[in-house]
Design a protein around this ligand. Structure first.
Ligand code: ZN
Length: 143
């Protein structure tokens, strides 16, 4: 399996690792294929993601995806962060091997859960999280 230099770099030196003690949005997701578990912590102020940290127990692609995804949403509004797709994360990493795309999906879903957690606490409408299972299946099997 060939990984891009960016994936290797984020895997060896991941950004934003840890947890935020006074986080006001937390999301955790798991992935049965690799056994990856990802937890995202958000500190939102005035609708802006002031800080974001993650803890990921998982494969190299999951760690690299979490690292890149947190870099991409830091400083963004919660609406902009919501629109971050796993494809954008994979592209920012100069691509992921097709069988590892589901690891970037995990980052997108963890961010969505964390934003919804924030929205719930803030009394805002909780948004619908679309699942990627069909999409992942297609990518894994190259259809
Ligand atoms: Zn994985």
């Amino acid at each position: 399996m060939i990984y891009s230099e960016k994936v290797m770099e984020h895997f060896k030196n991941p950004r934003n690792v840890g947890e935020i003690k006074d986080a006001n949005g937390v999301g955790e997701v798991g992935n049965p294929q690799c056994g990856d578990i990802m937890k995202i912590y958000l500190k939102v102020e005035d609708n802006i993601i002031k800080d974001v940290k993650f803890k990921t127990f998982g494969c190299g692609s999951a760690i690299a995806s979490s690292s890149m995804a947190t870099e991409l949403i830091k400083g963004k509004s919660i609406e902009e962060a919501w629109d971050l797709t796993n494809k954008a994360v994979a592209e920012a990493l100069d691509g992921l091997p097709p069988v590892k795309m589901h690891c970037s999906v995990l980052a997108e879903e963890a961010i969505h859960k964390a934003i919804n957690d924030y929205r719930q606490r803030a009394g805002l409408e909780v948004l619908e999280i679309k699942t990627h299972s069909d999409h992942v299946h297609k990518e894994v099997h190259g259809e």
